[in-house]
Design a protein around this ligand. Structure first.
Ligand code: NAD
Ligand code: 13P
Length: 352
């Protein structure tokens, strides 16, 4: 058949919700094959059962998205190679630190006509410099890669509360439209923007600002301070994105992937939650420890992203230009106390 076949690579909190959204559309739209494969990083549950088996028996991801039916046409598959074999639409949605390893295993195993989209918020830093996750996927697999980012706390979309998202694409509008159709529902409004780097950098960098917002909450500094941190953070997001990629558009920051994702993550995200706890404990308990205890297997992206951004900033001699980003990393790595998040204003460059 000529129908497009979709595989979701990843099955965490957002991965599972993405599979649910997609599965509702592949059943409805004739140009998609009904079945959606979802690759599961296999684990054994306390009951002794394999997560994959439980998902396929109950139609729920009992560990990462309990209580939500994914749709009968979602098939969990622990075998990565098998999961991608027949698919021409690959949806990447794992924590960013795992993408490179997954891509290495996929080389030579995917269809030649495959297209990818990344829902992954994060970046890698190579010897040559920063590498966005969509670029990593593109380069490793030799395929085109779009992105989907937005104000999308997974648990809210799982219960079909209204939200919006942005597809970022490079140059093929038709490909972007196909991705929009795959995700779009009346409660999940997706629009396309021709600015893949801008969209992806928004999704990546707001996690660093969310860590800062969590410190403000943990120190009980109030709403004005938090709003100030969000504003300063947004400004650094924009400046950093444009310095890395001059093609990044101002308008992207006003899409769902920009200011809206920044707001929702600073109000209700996991990065905010764990960094609040970090500040409440006066930095005495590590982020790794708090992540494991509070998130039960779900992963933070903000702390590692702050470190990756810091590496880029120090390498390029830009540290002074980005006091918020650099302070977040210095707090996370124990060099500064959480209260330093508001003690950097004298460091602000005059040009800002
Ligand atoms: P998650 O944090 O809920 O779960 C972690 C996942 O990583 C699990 O599926 C686990 O099985 C898997 N994993 C653990 N070790 C692994 C390994 N060695 N190799 C491969 N996989 C491994 O995941 P998520 O929420 O779906 O996050 C995926 C991406 O989506 C992240 O970049 C995140 O920032 C982004 N995102 C999340 C949300 C959200 O609300 N959860 C919303 C938008 C974007
Ligand atoms: P957290 O990972 O901080 O929960 O953010 C989720 C997100 O990206 C919302 O769009």
């Amino acid at each position: 058949t000529h129908r497009s076949k979709v595989t979701v690579i990843g099955s965490g909190n957002w991965g599972s919700v993405a599979a649910k959204l997609i599965a509702s559309n592949t059943l409805r739209l004739r140009f998609f094959h009904d079945e959606v494969r979802m690759w599961v990083y296999e684990e054994t549950l306390p009951s002794g059962e394999k997560l994959t088996d439980v998902i396929n028996r109950t139609n729920e991801n009992v560990k990462y998205l309990p209580g939500i039916k994914l749709g009968q046409n979602v098939v969990a598959d622990p075998d990565l190679e098998n999961a991608v074999r027949d698919s021409n639409m690959l949806v990447f949605v794992t924590p960013h630190q795992f993408v490179e390893g997954i891509c290495k295993r996929l080389v030579g195993k995917i269809r030649e006509d495959a297209e990818a989209i990344s829902l992954v918020k994060g970046m890698e830093v190579k010897m040559e410099g920063p590498c966005m996750i969509s670029t990593l996927i593109s380069q490793q697999l030799g395929i085109n890669c779009s992105v989907l980012m937005g104000a999308n706390i997974a648990n809210e979309i799982a219960v079909e509360k209204f939200s919006e998202a942005t597809v970022g694409y490079r140059n093929n509008r038709e490909v972007a439209e196909r991705w929009v159709q795959l995700f779009y529902t009346p409660y999940f409004i997706v629009t396309a923007a021709q600015d893949v780097e801008g969209v992806e950098l928004c999704g990546t960098l707001k996690n660093v600002v969310a860590i800062a917002a969590g410190f403000v909450d943990g120190l009980e500094m109030g709403n004005n301070t938090k709003a100030a941190i969000m504003r300063l953070g947004l400004r650094e997001m924009k400046a950093f994105s444009k310095m890395l990629f001059p093609s990044v558009k101002d308008s992207t920051f006003f899409e769902s992937c920009g200011v809206a994702d920044l707001i929702t993550t600073c109000l209700g995200g996991r990065n905010r939650k764990v960094s609040e706890a970090y500040a409440r404990n006066g930095g005495k308990r590590s982020f790794d420890e708090l992540e494991a205890e509070m998130l039960q297997g779900q992963k933070l992206q903000g702390v590692s992203t702050a470190s990756e951004v810091y590496e880029v900033l120090s390498h390029r001699g830009w540290l002074e230009l980005f006091p918020l980003f650099s302070t977040v990393h210095e707090i996370c790595s124990g060099l500064l106390p959480p209260s330093a998040i508001v003690e950097y204003s004298e460091k602000l460059p005059r040009s800002f």
